[in-house]
Write a protein that binds this ligand. Sequence first.
Ligand code: GDP
Length: 297
Amino acid sequence: MAFEGLSERLQKTFAKLRGKGKITENDVKEMMREVRLALLEADVNFDVTKTFIKTVRQRAIGSEVLDSLTPAQQIVKIVNEELTKIMGTSAVGLNKSPKIPTIIMMVGLQGAGKTTSAGKLVKYLQEKDKARPLLIAADVYRPAAIEQLKTIGQQLNVPVYDEGIDHDPVAIVQHGLKQAQENKNDYVLIDTAGRLEIDDQLMDELAKIKEIAEPDEILLVVDSMTGQAATHVAEGFNDQLDITGVILTKLDGDTRGGAALSIRSVTGKPIKFVGSGEKLDALEVFHPERMADRILG
Ligand code: GDP
């Protein structure tokens, strides 16, 4: 489960305070040192950690805590509120176009879980919105990716538009969108190509697709298990494409949680969903406040 390490360390730190009737500024200082280490060990971005610690410290040495009869509880409350804040305060839903179709472009590095997340999102929209989506297979560099998307389409009973691997992805998207218009699909999800790392050619292609598709959402899919690297990837994609949100995958295997805690603050873009397994129903709306509760146990 996510955040095991961080959870345990924070809980231990706060447990030390519980025995004390009153706490001093020095206690706060010591505690914040431990919280800082716990966050860095969880692979939270350095600047995010620094700002977080500063804010919590300022609030914690205020009279509301030091004069309180339950200072440990007050501090946990402050940490909870600030953790929630760095993750974006409240859940952010999907953008929806006033006229159909709503176009969602999925981007991300290879292996992040882009194709799987496209399938999960289709299932989510089918259940929530009775959606009739079309999937477009625009990852022409990996034949396996197209096959994978087709399999997902079959599983969910959703059409997949593809032209194999011999065509220009920009043209494929154009043709796919035309088909969606004709078939009156209410959502279109475009599965784009990924690479092992961000490169100019990939970004150029994605920028072209963005230009012609005018998506309502550009969702970046990142692997939470890569920690700070995921945060860097998010920064890179956001600089180039001005993404609208993030799907953070593989939270089920991420024991640290640094990406979940950093991405919003670093990019300014919300984490909209988290992936918590390989199955198509393993997608959850990201709720910062619930995540903070989970971290603090
Ligand atoms: P893509 O290259 O970005 O399209 O990545 P895929 O969708 O093919 O996913 C790569 C691998 O990650 C596959 O084995 C997926 O089953 C797995 N995967 C995707 N999302 C999750 C998740 O949330 N949790 C787990 N445990 N595995 C996932």
